[in-house]
Structures are given as C-alpha cells and as structure tokens.
Design a protein around this ligand. Structure first.
Ligand code: HEM
Length: 176
C-alpha cells in the first residue's frame, strides 16, 4: 500500500501528505470556499467542457468515447462533494464503495493520459470564479488531483500485473 504511494509521489512530484492538504488543512474547508456543492458542479462542468473539446488529442478524447458529458459531470460532481465532506451523493448513485481505481480499469490510462487530465483540471480550477482569489485552495486542489490521477495509473498497473502475476514495469518515469 505504501509502495503505491511512493511510486505515485515519484511519478507525479506530489507526496501523499501534500495530496491530503485539500481535504484536511483548509479552514474554512474547500467545500465552503468553492461555493458549496454547486461550486463542485461548476468545477466538473468546466473540466468536462475542456475534455470534450480536446479535439487536437483524439487519443485522449477517445478514452471518453463511451461516456456522455452530462453523466460524466454528474458522476464527478457527486464524487467530489462526497470526498470534500458534503452529502454522500456518490454513494446514493453508485453504492457503498468508491472503487476509484477499479472504475477506471476499463480505460487505457497512461501517464500521458494523467498529464492531459491534469491540464484540463488545472484549467478548470484557474477558471473557477469562487477560487479566483484563493491561491491556497487552488494549490492544494491541484496537488490532490495530480496525486490522485497518477495514483490511478500506478494502481492499475499493479492490478493488471496481479492478474498476470508479472513484475511491475515502470521505466523512465512511464507506466503502462
Ligand atoms: C469516470 C477517465 C482521473 C474521478 C471516468 C471516466 C473516464 C475517466 C473515461 C468515465 C466517465 C463517466 O461516464 O463517468 C479518467 C482519466 C484520468 C482520470 C483518463 C486520468 C488519470 C480521475 C481522477 C478522479 C476521477 C484523478 C478523481 C479525483 C472519476 C469519477 C468517475 C470517473 C468519480 C465516475 C466513475 C463511475 O462512477 O463510474 N474517468 N479519469 N478520475 N472518474 Fe476519471
């Protein structure tokens, strides 16, 4: 378990502890600063507008080929409200377990995909009106997303290698 965190820190440049700051170290909490659950709905909308507009990167947009924008926004919105201490909206829709890694297992998520995902999320964060003057919240939120995105990459490699019972290959900072 700690090995996953260490590998993620190595690849992302964000430590596990830094990734926790967004959910634990802010007073008032991020949920308040971003404007309550509506604020996360806005963030998810800004994010997926960018993703579904990313026509120059068909390899990335292709990952979302089986999703609709409105469903994707709704899922991410519910997940974020719940993660940042609001109502358990994600549980209401998807059941008890979050299974973030498992739910991404069917997509081809490489480090390049994580980088592209983070570009769009950072863009959405910078565009968010409620966070405009809040450098601390923006910085922590970006660290949370960057760590989590790379955690998904690293953990899916472990899951796949578990099934194949092969070694984990992380060459020159790239994970397949
Ligand atoms: C769902 C891709 C990282 C949270 C999805 C979906 C795709 C995807 C294609 C399906 C869209 C839908 O219909 O909901 C990726 C890629 C990532 C990434 C390429 C890059 C590493 C993240 C991160 C988070 C996240 C960092 C959270 C911090 C979610 C959630 C769902 C989702 C909550 C809904 C899953 C479900 O309930 O079925 N992602 N994702 N993703 N993603 Fe990601």
């Amino acid at each position: 378990k700690y090995e996953l965190r260490d590998k993620t820190a190595l690849l992302s440049g964000v430590t596990y502890e830094q990734s926790l700051l967004a959910t634990t170290a802010l007073t008032p909490p991020l949920l308040t600063r971003i404007g309550g659950s509506d604020g996360f709905h806005t963030l998810a909308t800004l994010f997926y507008d960018r993703v579904f507009d990313d026509k120059e990167n068909p390899w990335f947009l292709g990952i979302f080929a089986s999703s609709t924008k409105s469903e994707a926004v709704d899922n991410q919105y519910r997940f974020l409200v719940q993660t940042f201490g609001g109502e358990a909206l994600y549980k209401e829709k998807k059941g008890k377990y979050t299974r973030l890694v498992g739910r991404h297992a069917n997509y081809k998520i490489t480090t390049d995909a994580a980088e592209r995902w983070v570009v769009h999320m950072n863009g959405a964060i910078d565009e968010h009106e409620e966070l405009k003057q809040d450098e601390e919240a923006k910085e922590y939120l970006k660290m949370y997303f960057r760590f989590t995105a790379f955690y998904i990459v690293v953990a899916s490699v472990y899951m796949k290698n578990d099934q194949l019972s092969g070694g984990v290959q992380i060459d020159s900072g790239r994970v397949w």
